[in-house]
Ligand binder design. Structure first.
Ligand code: NAP
Length: 311
């Protein structure tokens, strides 16, 4: 086998990748973490994290990820900011091609490419993206000071961010397709008690209206009636889809939505030395603490594969 550039390459620098990186750097494994943007992943789009253990008073998404990055850096984790274009995960020498054309090799790889927001796929959504259609309340909330806006979704993200958006907007209308929320009880209680939050239940946005910016949303109610809600912004927060575009899906096993299947040790079936952790994994619950735990698990599995940890 040609000499690999690294023992381990981690693709993606969210909580899973950073935790794998922390463990690897601390274990003195020759490791590279590749990240295409800033380290932190989707947590950077979250204004407030209230359920990460040891942060008893809560913490901003930015501060949590800043601390996670600093923690891995304290042990000397090597990072490269670049986009991965393709990977060949077969055989003993894994090959990772960057968009610059550079090819890096490693004995083991941990895939932590995460997930990104889903779209509702209605007329006006693509056309008005960045002109009132947003997928990140933390990024765009301040643009809507004293305005009336809509949030689509009923999960933790939608309800948490609806609460956050009340710091800026005059009124936030949550449009949810059922008559009960998926979000955790504490968030539900806070949102239902918030005078600035209004709910439209059993309804879906069928069109986003506006010429140069969002002016209103057309709503289709489950009883087949329709209405128009004037708003200047709409936050679509309806879950995530896999960040798998650069991954060799013909080599990996995925679920129907393109998330990676692993065994309980985070190993990708049929590909010795390849692991996945965090939101890119096929699983039911996507939590920061889960992603971090899976990152640790994947790295320890990789150390075992590399013959560093005893069996
Ligand atoms: P989610 O839990 O999958 O919820 C998605 C929400 O959007 C659901 O209410 C769903 O409705 C609705 N929805 C889905 N497709 C829709 C469509 N086409 N049109 C209208 N509504 C649609 O997604 P999420 O809230 O983004 O959370 C993703 C993961 O991150 C979850 O595991 C979540 O627990 C986690 N998370 C955790 C926290 C926290 O612990 N503080 C914060 C944020 C996110 P139905 O309910 O009818 O399916």
């Amino acid at each position: 086998m040609n000499k690999p550039d690294y023992q381990l390459i981690i693709v993606g620098g969210g909580p899973a990748g950073l935790t794998a990186g922390l463990y690897a750097a601390r274990g003195r494994i020759k490791t590279l973490l590749i990240e295409k943007g800033a380290t932190g992943g989707q947590v950077l789009m979250t204004d407030w994290v209230d359920n990460y253990p040891a942060f008893a008073d809560g913490v901003t998404g930015f501060e949590l990820m800043d601390k996670m990055t600093a923690h891995a850096e304290r042990f000397g984790l090597e990072k490269k900011f670049a986009a991965v274009e393709s990977l060949d995960l077969r055989g003993d020498l894994k090959k990772i091609r960057l968009d610059s054309g550079e090819i890096l090799t490693a004995q083991a790889v941990i895939l932590c490419t995460g997930a990104k927001p889903r779209q509702i796929g209605v007329p006006g959504e693509a056309e008005l993206q960045g002109k009132g259609v947003s997928y990140c309340a933390t990024c765009d909330g301040p643009f809507y000071r004293n305005q009336e806006i809509a949030v689509v979704g009923g999960g933790n993200t939608a309800i948490q961010e609806a609460i956050h958006l009340t710091h800026f907007a005059k009124k936030v209308t949550v449009i949810h397709r059922r008559d009960s929320l998926r979000a955790t009880a504490v968030l539900q209680e806070k949102a239902l008690a918030n005078e600035k939050i209004n709910f439209i239940w059993n309804a879906q946005v069928s069109e986003i209206l506006g010429a140069d910016g969002v002016e209103a949303v057309r709503i289709k109610h489950n009883d087949d009636s329709a209405s128009v809600l004037p708003v200047t912004g709409i936050f679509v927060l309806i879950g995530v889809k896999a960040n798998n575009e650069a991954l060799p899906l013909e080599q990996l096993q995925t679920d129907a939505d393109g998330f990676l299947i692993t065994d309980s040790e985070m190993a990708c079936p049929g590909l010795p030395g390849v692991y996945a952790a965090g939101d890119i994994r096929s699983k039911k619950f996507r939590q920061i603490i889960n992603a971090a735990g899976e990152g640790a698990n994947a790295e320890l599995s990789a150390e075992h594969y590399l013959g560093i940890l005893p069996g």
